[in-house]
Design a protein around this ligand. Structure first.
Ligand code: 8DG
Ligand code: CA
Ligand code: CA
Length: 373
């Protein structure tokens, strides 16, 4: 999951949600208690959709997904404006270091603790200790500030168009969908998630075709993909970037760089930032930001179950999986299968659309935009 989450819009309980999200990050990254982390995340997600300000823990507890412990914390926040538990976490240097380190792409909770124990706690420390980092983590450090920024939807559309043109230049028969938060209609996304299928590749084929490698090679040659984090037969994780615009290209050659449009002396000092000239709309343009890209190849008979899974949200997936179990089915990213009396899953049920999966599970169809749990 990408580490930057979308900002919440109008939310009368935003302060409480922010605290719960911080507690969730602490449980996941510092205590490595995924279950507790998910309990806090679910509570924050439910509360963020509540239309009015909650006035007590008891009121919050009437919402499905908020239990006694969280209700108590809500009472404390409402009466004191803060939470002692969180103040303690914030005061702990080692917790703060671990939480920061896990913001770097490729550094998980275990690696973060190890690095923090060795006294490596800042971005500078990471840069000075590159030999302790694996390839993915080095790229995470290199693009730290870029990866912190969410991708506006307009740029997602551009990235999608470029990615699809490369994919279809390899073979026009590929079926590709940008999933994740983009497919759920988000105004911004953490990364670009592409699901890929090909009509001639199905799960009966024992050998995986080298599609991903051919596509990534094409994207690298075009300068669209700049770094690879991992490249396998069914999954690529990497970095991509929009091509520079004409003025940016000129600047890169040192021709069109102008001083910042400000009259302060400091700004015209030697070494002051070089900004790109205003575009036609009058806005100064910045260099394109490097973005995380994931491409997953799935057999065509698993495409629609994969589409459902990779569209998410992960909270929605959890809800759907538990609903499936209630209905006597097991659902994952590969298949939907009936579970017999013995508890052993049967054969995958063939599906040719997302709607069919909802039908099988007797769950009212939700459009992607309705899956933002
Ligand atoms: P974002 O990138 O805008 O932050 O959000 P996202 O698109 O919803 O999240 P993502 O981390 O890029 O994951 C894409 C989808 O993959 C997600 O919506 C649902 C599915 N997914 C899960 N569980 C997990 C998981 O543990 N890790 C990842 N990477 N994906 C998961 O359901
Ligand atoms: Ca995503
Ligand atoms: Ca992703």
């Amino acid at each position: 999951m990408s580490k930057r989450k979308a900002p919440q819009g109008d939310n009368p309980n935003k302060d409480i949600c922010d605290i719960l999200i911080e507690l969730a990050a602490n449980e996941r990254n510092v205590n490595r208690n995924i279950h507790k982390s998910n309990v806090y995340r679910k509570a924050a997600s439910i509360l963020s959709k509540h239309p009015t300000r909650v006035t007590s823990g008891a009121e919050a507890k009437t919402l499905n997904g908020i239990g006694t412990q969280i209700a108590k914390k809500i009472n404390e926040i409402l009466s004191t404006g803060k939470l002692a538990k969180l103040d303690k976490i914030r005061a702990s240097e080692s917790s703060q270091a671990i939480i920061f380190l896990t913001e770097v792409s490729g550094i998980g909770p275990a690696a973060a603790r190890k690095l923090a124990d060795e006294g490596i706690t800042t971005l500078d420390d990471l840069k000075k200790n590159e030999e302790k980092l694996n390839h993915h983590q080095k790229i995470g450090v290199k693009h730290f500030f870029d990866f912190q920024q969410r991708i506006p939807r307009s740029e997602m559309v551009q990235l999608q168009d470029i990615a699809f043109s490369h994919i279809h230049s390899v073979d026009p028969q590929f079926i590709a969908t940008v999933c994740g938060s983009f497919r759920r209609g988000a105004v911004s996304s953490g990364d670009i998630d592409i699901l890929l299928g090909h009509p001639t590749y199905s799960s009966v084929d024992t050998k995986k075709p080298p599609y991903i490698k051919s596509i990534v090679k094409t994207m690298e040659e075009a300068g669209f993909v700049t770094d690879s984090l991992s490249l396998g037969e069914s999954k690529f994780m990497g970095v991509c970037v929009l091509p520079p615009t004409k003025t940016e290209a000129a600047t890169d050659e040192g021709a069109a760089c102008v001083p910042p449009p400000t009259k302060t002396e400091a700004a015209t000092d030697e070494g002051a930032a070089c900004v790109l000239p205003p575009t036609k709309t009058g806005e100064a343009k910045e260099k394109p930001v490097h973005r995380r890209i994931d491409i997953r190849l799935v057999p065509i008979d698993q495409y629609f179950v994969g589409l459902l899974y990779f569209t998410g949200s992960d909270m929605f997936n959890k809800t759907m999986r538990s609903h499936a179990l209630d209905q006597g089915f097991t659902l994952n990213e590969y298949s939907v299968r009936p579970v017999g009396d013995t508890g052993v899953p049967g054969e995958a049920i063939p599906v040719t659309s997302e709607e069919e999966v909802f039908d099988i599970l007797n769950y009212p169809f939700k459009k992607p935009e309705e899956r933002n749990l």
